[in-house]
Design a protein around this ligand. Structure first.
Ligand code: ITT
Length: 212
């Protein structure tokens, strides 16, 4: 018997990021869980004061669960560039500024890598991390993390996905996340590879907390 709490019925998806929301809905859809987003429910965005992805995911899930008295599902994620001492990391959204301009954020990463003389794929190693948290109104939380390794390419390639996707080439692949279909980037087996950080974290979550 699993000691993890099962998620049944419905959940609030505690994100205001439309790209993430689409992926989280797609990941949940085979499990028959009805999902409403924080934006649809007009929930306020809590301040992300944590120093780790997991801490920020928990802040978002707990805030949405407390506000709605329902189970809430949050993702905190970002791109960790090794040559930049892990930046932008938990500040990945903030690097795009108030206008959420990811061209600007991608340019900043490239500029900093050029300043460091990082030209080869080896010098441009990076990974995406996703921390997922489900929080219930009684304070119970379930937490899972996923990671995908690769490197930063320049110029950005592809229009699919969101955020830093056009910059990221996952190991073992020839197309960036920005050039992949949704199924390739985050589709789950047997149809997809479960490639992305979010898909990898979700597989752990589904194994623990969802019935097929
Ligand atoms: P919420 O907090 O409302 O969920 P956010 O965009 O502020 O939305 P984060 O604080 O977790 O979310 O920031 C994560 C940023 O990292 C996100 O804005 C993207 O730019 C980037 N990111 C995360 N996952 C990504 C992915 O799969 N592809 C591309 N970029 C991603």
């Amino acid at each position: 018997m699993s000691s993890h709490r099962q998620l049944t019925g419905s959940v609030v998806i505690a994100t205001h990021n439309p790209g993430k929301l689409a992926e989280m809905r797609e990941l949940l859809s085979p499990y028959g869980i009805a999902a409403q987003s924080a934006s649809e429910l007009n929930l306020a965005e809590p301040e992300e004061t944590g120093t780790t992805f997991a801490a920020n995911a928990r802040i978002k899930a707990t805030a949405a669960s407390n506000a709605t008295e329902r189970a809430a599902f949050a993702d905190d994620s970002g791109l960790v560039v090794e040559a930049l001492a892990g930046e932008p990391g938990i500040y990945s959204a903030r690097w795009a500024g108030p206008d959420k301009d990811f061209r600007f954020a991608m340019n900043r990463i490239q500029t900093l890598l050029v300043e460091k003389g990082a030209a080869s794929p080896d010098q441009r190693r990076a990974h995406f991390i996703a921390a997922l948290c489900i929080a219930w109104p009684d304070g119970h939380v379930e937490e899972f993390e996923g990671r995908v390794d690769g490197h930063i390419v320049w110029p950005p390639r592809g229009e699919a996905g969101f955020g830093y996707d056009p910059l990221f080439l996952p190991d073992g692949h020839e197309r960036t996340f920005g050039e992949m279909t949704a199924l390739e980037k985050h589709g789950l087996p047997p149809l997809g590879l479960g490639l992305s950080h979010r898909a990898r974290a979700f597989v752990k979550l589904a194994t623990a907390c969802l019935k097929p």
